[in-house]
Ligand binder design. Sequence first.
Ligand code: SUG
Length: 445
Amino acid sequence: MRAFEVNFDGLVGPTHNYAGLSVGNVASLKNADQASNPKQGALQGLAKMKALSDMGLKQAVLPPLERPDVNTLRLLGFKGSDAEVIQQASQQAPAIYAATCSASSMWTANACTVSPSADTKDAKVHFTAANLSNKFHRSIESPTTSRILKAIFSNDAHFVHHEPLPLGDHFGDEGAANHTRFCTDYQSTGVEFFVYGKYAFDATKPAPKKFPARQTFEASQAIARLHELSTNKTVFAQQHPDVIDAGVFHNDVIAVGNQNCLFYHENAFLNTEQVLSDLQNAFGEQPLHFVMVPEQLVSVKDAVHSYLFNSQLVTLGPDHMAIIAPGECHENEKVKSYLDSVILADNPIKEVKIYDVKQSMQNGGGPACLRQRVVLNETELAATNHSVFMNEQLFSTLNNWVEKHYRDTLTEKDLADPQLLEESRSALDELTRILNLGSVYPFQL
Ligand code: SUG
């Protein structure tokens, strides 16, 4: 049976803002306190989704979360009506309040890790929502994310949903940002590749010194166990601690893989030779294409600033892949000339397509952060909620919905306006009807 890769992109939420919440993420800190434009952010994301759908790829949308998260603020002791909770929290604890306003769920690469049915022992698609333990503003995402995933993939004959791993640094899990799958074609059993930043239970092992490693080895192993993956088709690799310290807070900022191709920076991994040989051994006889970008051509610094590797690598035909890259890659001469040359070299990458996702980029989220890849066969596709799939009609409905509900500027001061919560709730209420999700948000339960 045929299977397809479906990209589930996160819709930028109505509270999208720049609060400098992510230590270790260079763009997030650099743009802290700038005014954001949620409307433009959402429209940029929708345009990218529509472009991929027009290329013949399967494209779907994941909705944003309810923000500000007044339920979390209540757990922290703020009381009264929603407006009173917002007023007290924004005045007494502005940093905590900002964290509860983040629209960070737009980066759906971090929503969960998914293993397709071709890889799992029970031949079902397995989902584990990421606990995102390392950053407070992200650690509050998983309860609603889980409800949304269950509303889209609701048929338990095909889909298994696991609880997020236990919260805390030991099992820090950032979802698919540190997970890649290699396969000959999407329906075949693949090799699942897990990249971690440190060992939580062994302090003698190498680890970054300046910035946090968000994903642990032990968390990656737990996901592989939960998803019932074959050990001979699973590869674990450590990210180079020095690149984490240079601002590579997820592996998808320094490497991206698709089918038989790994596009990666020379300094991405510790023990690179071993990693490549483990991948090839697990993959079997067919050769993998290892497209390595040397430091001499594109430095880690340029990679972090341009987000070259946070591109999507998509298959448009046999031996024909395209890199979906952010506009920033064409603003950097070295990166641009690398991209001009890679499509002429002997590898499956034949095209480069550039999209403007600047609103998200300014918080450290490129094209690949904005999407979660879910491989589904024809039966599983038929069992998925179809209202979330991109087409002409949904594109136009969602553009109108954004125009109707979103603001075109947000500053820290605006976040404290209780009216923003009302606007956000009425937008999300309408969205759950458009996407046929039922009740998924705390205000609807
Ligand atoms: O977790 N930025 C996100 C960016 C996530 C990118 N995702 C992937 N690489 N897959 C993060 O650091 C910044 C929010 C702020 O500062 O307002 C933020 O959360």
